[in-house]
Design a protein around this ligand. Structure first.
Ligand code: SF4
Length: 242
């Protein structure tokens, strides 16, 4: 059984790809600007059998263009790596493209096995400097960076996703350290900048959790382009995702 928070059947954020996305429940981080805070606690999920999830994918198969794509996101999906292995095996056997959207904080033999059936990893890196990472997520980034290094050494294609938050993650020194750290990674296909926004604050309010960044504004277009140009010094594909 897989603990699922919600399902999106026509996800166009990776345009031009259309994907089915399964959002899993539970995460061990508690990021200051989490866009899905209701996926963090271990409650409120619905259990799904692999077969039921496969039926959902089949139902939408006709809407996919040239290839069929499925993403597991969260919460933190790797907390359920063992349960996801049979799902990804089925998806691969039947010709689907499989993608994991993760913070890279969890490691186990099951994660290693799950990666064998994964075509692409979207690795969410909140901050390269550990004290800042702890301030944002409450945990160290060591596991996340180890995860990135594992992907690189084992020829696993991945994208980095980085939320650009004014005065938290957008300073020049931090962005320069980012490209210096990753500039020789051959399996890093894309670096995505995700401009911070506050569209999800109501979710925090609904949970009666204090949202500590209400004073922080979204980065301006100029700030986004400045971050992009710094990263582009050494990283080949840098995109701003709307
Ligand atoms: S890692 Fe993702 S799901 Fe977990 S708290 Fe952070 S933003 Fe939320």
């Amino acid at each position: 059984m897989i603990k699922i928070h919600s399902i999106e059947t026509f996800w166009a954020h990776e345009w031009p790809w259309i994907r089915v996305v399964f959002f899993t429940q539970w995460c061990l981080m508690k990021c200051l600007y989490c866009h899905n805070p209701d996926t963090i606690p271990l409650d409120g999920w619905k259990n799904y059998e692999v077969e039921t999830l496969m039926q959902t994918v089949y139902k939408w198969k006709g809407y996919f263009w040239t290839k069929w794509w499925v993403t597991i996101s969260g919460g933190e999906c790797l907390l359920q790596a063992k349960e996801l292995i049979p799902l990804f095996k089925r998806l691969k056997d039947e010709g689907f493209h499989t993608c994991l959207d993760t913070n890279g904080y969890i490691w186990s033999k099951d994660v290693e096995e799950l990666l064998e059936y994964t075509d692409l990893v979207l690795l969410d890196i909140k901050h390269l400097h550990d004290p800042d990472h702890v301030e944002i997520t409450w945990v160290s980034n060591k596991h996340t960076l180890d995860f990135a290094n594992y992907l690189e050494k084992n020829n696993k294609k991945f994208w980095i996703r980085h939320v650009l938050v004014p005065n938290f993650t957008d300073d020049k020194e931090h962005l320069e350290d980012m490209w210096m750290y990753f500039k020789n990674f051959k399996n890093l296909e894309r670096f995505e900048i995700l401009p911070y926004h506050t569209l999800w604050v109501h979710k925090w309010e609904n949970m009666w959790w204090e949202y500590k960044l209400s004073h922080v504004k979204s980065p301006t277009l100029e700030q986004q382009l400045s971050a992009k140009s710094i990263l582009e010094n050494y990283l080949q594909v840098v995109k701003i995702r709307g």
